[in-house]
Ligand binder design. Structure first.
Ligand SMILES: [Zn+2]
Ligand SMILES: [Zn+2]
Length: 122
């Protein structure tokens, strides 16, 4: 057993905590994540989302690849829990379902890589 391995403080999670913090990847900044979840249910977000979609009706990732795909959701470029602006046109992008799924999968992988390199580097 390696001594420096700590476990997540979020009961009843038994994942390894990220070195230097008390929580695992999933439970980092639990309060910020809660606030982000609440924000997505707010009127402010719903208004912004429909306003943004009316201005950007096509998926912006598909458009960059030369495809015309209607967007079904508005996504934050920098996630709220990472400190991104809430209702800033510059921090939003229209996405189709497929691109949103792809982006979410990419981000999970990226986070995983970051954590692996922290552990390997210590
Ligand atoms: Zn945890
Ligand atoms: Zn797309």
């Amino acid at each position: 057993m390696k001594r420096y391995v700590k476990y997540c403080s979020q009961y009843p999670c038994n994942k390894t905590a990220i070195p230097g913090t008390a929580y695992c990847d999933e439970h980092q900044k639990p309060r910020a994540k809660k606030e982000a979840d609440a924000f997505y249910l707010s009127t402010r977000w719903r208004r912004f989302r429909s306003w943004y979609l009316s201005r950007h009706p096509l998926c912006e990732m598909c458009q960059a690849d030369g495809r015309l795909e209607p967007a079904v959701m508005v996504d934050h470029v920098v996630e709220i829990k990472d400190g991104g602006a809430l209702t800033d046109e510059g921090n939003a992008q229209s996405l189709c379902r497929l691109c949103h799924q792809r982006k979410t999968a990419d981000e999970k992988q990226k986070r995983h890589k970051q954590i692996s390199s922290v552990i390997l580097g210590s």
